[in-house]
Each structure stands twice: as C-alpha cells, then as structure tokens.
Design a protein around this ligand. Structure first.
Ligand code: MYA
Ligand code: JJ1
Length: 416
C-alpha cells in the first residue's frame, strides 16, 4: 500500500490529472535541513569518488552483484566502470550526488543512489531537474526500509541546490508512471541467445531457420554513414533539437552536454557509439547513437556475459519537408529512412561483438521495430516524475501491448 510513496509528492495510482505542474508548495534551499538524515545503527553515509579506483571498484562490485535482474533472475545488468565515467560525469555532476552507505566496522559498500542534473521539457514547460539512477541495496539488506532513507537523502541534497523535480525509471510499479514503454530485442548472435535462455525457438522452426532469419550483414549500406566527430557537434545538435521538438517529454541538451553524451571521454571509448550521415553537400541528414550495457548471465557453465547494445538518441531530417511531420507522407518518409538507418546500426552493434540489440517502444521506434525483426521483451520500463504531475505520455504500444507500427510514441527521453 505504498507506505513511503504515499508521503511523497507523486500522484496516487488512480488519480486523474487535469492540470500539469509541480505538486508541492514552493520551498527554498533555506527551508531544507543542512545535515544528512540519520543513518541506521551499524551503517554510515559516504560519497563515492569515481576517480578513486578503489571506490569505483566498490560501486562496480555492489551493482554487479546486486543490481537489476530480469524477472526470472537469469540475467543481471553488468554496468562497467567505464560506463560510470560516462553516466555519472555529465556536465554539472557533483560528487555529493553519488551517495553510498557503508558498514561502519568493515567499510563495505552496501547501498548507493545517484543524481545528475538535467533540463527537462514536459509538453510546453521547461524546468531544471535531476535524473535519479543506480539505486541499489545489497541483497542481504533488503526489505529493511533503507530505500526510503536513500531517496529522502538524495532529495535533500538536490533540494539544497534549488532543484525540486526529478525523472527516474524502474521496472517495478510505483505511484505513478507517466509512460510505460516495452523493451524490444533484435537478435544478432541468435545461437548464443538461445543457449543462454535469452530467447526460445518456435516449435515450427529449426535452429537453421532462425539463424537464417536473424542473419545480420557485416557492412553498412548507408552512403555517408561515419562515426560522429567533434566538428559535427553544432550541425548534429541543430538537427537533433528539431527532431526532438515533437515529443512531449525530452531532455534538453546544451552544447557541452551533447558533446559529453555522444562523444564521451577518454574512458568511455567502448561505452557510447555515435554516427552521422553526411550527404554530398556536407550536410548532416541523420544521426544515431547506441550504448553498451552487458548482462551477466547467471548460472551458465559456458557463457558468463551477454553483449547488449541499446539504441540511444537519433534524429533524421526525413520528415522535415512535410508541413505536418505526423501526416501519412511524413510518417512514411521517416519510416523508410529509419528502417535503413537502424538496420545499419544493428550492423555496427554486431561489429562491436554485441549479441543482441535492444530498444524501447519510445521515440519513433515503433515505426521500424517490426520491419527490422525486433521481438517483444518480457520487460517494461516505467517512467516517473517526482514533484510534477503530468498527463499520460503515449508510447508505441497497442492496447494489448504489442508494437503498434502506426503509433509514434511521445516519449523523447532515454535513460541509462
Ligand atoms: S530503479 C532501479 C532500482 N534498483 C533495483 O531494482 C536493484 C535491485 N533492487 C534493490 O536494490 C532494492 O530492491 C531496492 C529497494 C533498492 C530497489 N524506486 O528498503 P526497502 C520502494 C523507488 O525496504 P528494498 C532506479 O534506480 C518500495 O515501493 N522506490 O526495499 C531509480 C517501498 O516503498 P512503499 C522503490 O527492496 C530509483 C520501499 O521502497 C523502488 O530493500 C528512483 C521499500 O524499501 C524503486 N525502484 O530496496 C528512486 N523499489 O512502502 C526514487 C522499491 O511506499 C527517486 N521501492 O511501497 C525519487 C526522486 C528523488 C529526487 C528528488 C529531487 C527533487
Ligand atoms: O532482457 C529482457 N528480457 C529478455 C530475456 C528474458 C529471459 C527470461 N526472463 C527477453 N528476451 C526475449 C527475446 C526476443 C523474443 C522475441 C523474438 C526475438 C527475441 O525478453 C528484459 C527486457 O525485455 N530485461 C529485463 O527484464 C531487465 C530489467 C528491465 C527493467 C529495467 C529497470 C531499469 C531501472 C533503471 O533505472
């Protein structure tokens, strides 16, 4: 019955929203306590300095052993150390928002939560916010009401910086999702996926049939497709902003943020991959990015780890020339372009030794999921706003949760 969430500024599960905006009455940082919440008996607060190898290692081990699993506990997210250098060091990041809990006596890290600053737009309203991610409590310390303490402490630290809204995602249902897209999976290395139980084989098909069906070429076919470079940032950001403008919920990127999220840094070479399509006139017509987030395979004698690429942000000018980007012709032009752009992206993921390519039914993904042989996953991702009530935001699913090839989602934000 949500004993904790009932006390927080989030809409109740059954509530109807008529007007969008903040839930709490306006406060100032001076209204917020200066010192951390009391921590339970044997534990103490700490900050994780990801530039210190031993602290980064503690964070990596905590999440590697205790973070999110699929619903049958066959797989667990295996965020890498390099990934944290990308995900937790975006412009404006603060060590104070990388919050851990340690056992006093042994110094063992047993819990973590993080925030990074972002600017959000929900429909016509823009506001400063944070994204909350990597909430994790050691398996042996679950169900002790520690999560609410972590959430209240990160809220305090963020409020102290005069930020009052947050965006977060979870596989679990809490009060109240603004949108719930579904995961979609495009097999690349079908036999490995089959061997580790990531996918089954339809009874009327042989393994040979499946391998042929899911075969992925080794080279891309789009003329002018190449890795994005620093010199492309301005033109690509302009294309991207125009593309994103039609969504109801987006993260707004400064030039510096765009550079960070798509070009990464020295530590993130194998984490984030960004490509552009440059035409003969030197214009950037398309842009696509994906990131690497492997699964640890739990209890398999042969394979320990599954390579997974996740579709991140993309943009295309394919529908810009249409008066209404949503009309039949605009949508058809975009579908055609995305079919070829994203099929090449799957090729690029294969080149990076990824076994499967994942996407959600957010953004314009439902236009190409079916065509490109993505299948529905058993996971859904709930999107939440803290201290902000918003009308539901459309995803690309039908009533019975299948891919709706005609329905473009209004969710334009991607979370890691
Ligand atoms: S989502 C990923 C979350 N992590 C995992 O799923 C990893 C594996 N699981 C665990 O580590 C634990 O099970 C966790 C809960 C830590 C999830 N989001 O301590 P408890 C509520 C929010 O006894 P535990 C991500 O990282 C639950 O409904 N609340 O439970 C985004 C119950 O409250 P209520 C959650 O299982 C996180 C209470 O916690 C979640 O030991 C966004 C029970 O606490 C969840 N995923 O620990 C956080 N799971 O009684 C919110 C359970 O009301 C941010 N609960 O039902 C809000 C914005 C804050 C900033 C605001 C700034 C302005
Ligand atoms: O990866 C996921 N599911 C896979 C594996 C399922 C294994 C059995 N449980 C899946 N495979 C199907 C493959 C597909 C079928 C049709 C034909 C082509 C092949 O469905 C799921 C997503 O679907 N992932 C998870 O469950 C991980 C957790 C998701 C919640 C994320 C919460 C994130 C929190 C971040 O803040």
């Amino acid at each position: 019955d949500y004993k904790f969430w009932k006390t927080q500024p989030v809409p109740a599960l059954d509530s109807q929203i008529s007007e969008e905006g903040p839930i709490d009455s306006k406060k100032t940082p001076a209204d917020i306590p200066d010192s951390p919440l009391p921590m339970l008996g044997d534990f103490e607060w700490c900050e994780i300095d990801i530039h210190k190898e031993n602290e980064l290692e503690d964070l990596f081990v905590l999440l590697n052993e205790n973070y999110v699993e699929d619903k049958d506990s066959s797989f667990r997210f295996n965020y890498t150390k390099e990934f944290f250098h990308w995900a937790l060091k975006s412009p404006g990041w603060k060590k104070d928002w990388h919050v851990g809990v340690r056992v006093k006596k042994t110094n063992k890290l047993i819990a973590f939560i993080s925030a990074i600053p972002v600017n959000l737009r929900v429909r016509e309203n823009e506001f400063n916010s944070v994204e909350i991610n990597f909430l994790c409590i050691h398996k042996q310390l679950r169900a002790k009401r520690l999560a609410p303490v972590l959430i209240k402490e990160i809220t305090r630290r963020v409020n102290k910086c005069d930020i009052w809204q947050a965006l977060y995602t979870s596989g679990t249902i809490l009060p109240s999702p603004v949108s719930t897209p579904r995961y979609a999976h495009r097999p690349i290395n079908w036999s490995k996926l089959y061997d580790v139980g990531f996918t089954g084989c339809p009874i009327d098909k042989t393994k040979t049939d499946m391998l042929a069906y899911y075969a992925v070429p080794n080279i891309t076919k789009t003329e002018g497709l190449r890795p994005m470079e620093a010199k492309d940032v301005d033109a690509t950001l302009e294309l991207f902003n125009k593309y994103q403008s039609r969504f109801d919920m987006v993260q707004l990127f400064s030039r510096e943020e765009f550079q960070h999220w798509f070009l990464g840094n020295d530590e993130t070479e194998k984490v984030i991959f960004s490509y552009v399509v440059e035409n003969e006139d030197g214009e950037i017509t398309d842009f696509v990015s994906f990131y690497s987030l492997p699964f640890t395979i739990l209890e398999n004698a042969i394979y320990k780890d599954l390579g997974i690429g996740y579709l991140f942000y993309y943009a295309s000018n394919a529908d810009f020339e249409y008066n209404d980007r949503f009309d039949k012709e605009g949508t058809a032009a975009l579908r055609k372009r995305l079919d070829s752009l994203i099929s090449d992206t799957v090729v690029l993921a294969k080149t990076q030794k990824m076994d499967v390519f994942n996407a959600l039914t957010s953004q314009d993904n439902s236009l190409f999921l079916q065509d490109l042989k993505f299948g529905p996953g058993d996971g859904f991702l709930n999107f939440y706003l803290f201290n902000y009530k918003a009308m539901p935001i459309t995803d690309g699913l039908t009533e019975d949760k299948r891919f709706d090839t005609e329905k473009r989602s209004n969710v334009g934000v991607v979370m890691l």
